[in-house]
Design a binder for this molecule. Structure first.
Ligand SMILES: [Zn+2]
Ligand SMILES: [Zn+2]
Length: 266
């Protein structure tokens, strides 16, 4: 089984297109790439129903779309027997766990991806950047602290691009023990993402040592391309599978109505 569980429902020009017609090119691209099932995970900060959660300008400026239209578009495609799942890429907002849970339980998600794109109002992968304010080493420390909190919140089914701070090539030597212990305790999966191959860092998320530490602890995985246009669905998945196999993974997590099960990888 091959799943691509991270993509944004857009048209070929990367413009928001939250309608069922726009699902079809993603399904076609998945078939062409040998992907069995896809899941849509639009950024939660685009949706006005979730406006109360957001405070960073990057999020509030974009918060003008209708969550019901997005959910209906994906559910209608599923009713037509297209192999699609309903998900969301949700920024973890520390201290707002109960509110996040209450807002999201109104919808029939198959899964929620947990992301840390901002800390204290500053971006990990967007300007103004946290690294410019506090330095690379401190960015990594704060990022993993926040990712650990996101894991322990149990709001999420999988943690997206789990070593995102490396996106522009900013690296530090890192001991993954503490973060992987937190992830393992919480039961959340981690995402192996090919998006990093298209970024300056030029490698998948997460680093092989990070993934190896996950494998040692029996942490389950999902896979994703983070496609913002249909043609990127399943892109470079041969490299994702190779990374997973070399870490010792033989299964991938298939998610449905927030329940995960393991299926043979490939
Ligand atoms: Zn993301
Ligand atoms: Zn994404």
């Amino acid at each position: 089984m091959i799943v691509d569980y991270h993509m944004h429902l857009r048209n070929e020009r990367e413009e928001i297109a939250h309608d069922t017609r726009s699902v079809e090119p993603f399904v076609d691209a998945a078939r062409a790439a040998g992907v069995d099932e896809i899941g849509f995970t639009e950024h939660a900060y685009y949706f006005s129903q979730l406006r109360a959660l957001w405070s960073v300008p990057y999020q509030t400026e974009r918060c003008v779309y209708d969550l019901d239209a997005y959910v209906d578009a994906v559910l209608e495609a599923r009713e037509r027997n297209l192999p699609v799942k309903l998900g969301l890429e949700l920024d973890y907002v520390p201290g707002r766990e109960d509110e996040t849970r209450a807002l999201l339980e109104l919808y029939p998600w198959d899964y929620l991806l947990g992301s840390v794109h901002f800390i204290d109002g500053l971006g990990i992968d967007s300007a103004p950047r946290l690294a410019d304010e506090v330095g690379v080493e401190e960015m990594w420390r704060r990022y993993f602290e926040m990712l650990g909190r996101a894991a322990r919140s149990r709001l999420f089914d999988s943690l997206s691009h789990p070593d995102l701070p490396k996106i522009f090539g900013d690296r530090v030597e890192f001991d993954y023990t503490e973060i992987c212990d937190a992830i393992a305790e919480s039961g959340v999966a981690v995402e192996v993402s090919t998006a990093g191959l298209r970024k300056p860092v030029g490698e998948p998320y997460p680093h092989p040592e990070f993934l190896g530490a996950c494998r040692e602890r029996g942490i389950p995985v999902t896979t994703g391309s983070d496609a913002h246009v249909p043609r990127l669905v399943g892109q470079d998945f041969d490299q994702a599978l190779e990374l997973l196999r070399s870490a010792g993974y033989e299964t991938v997590t298939v998610l449905e109505r927030r329940q995960g099960r393991q299926e043979p990888l490939g």
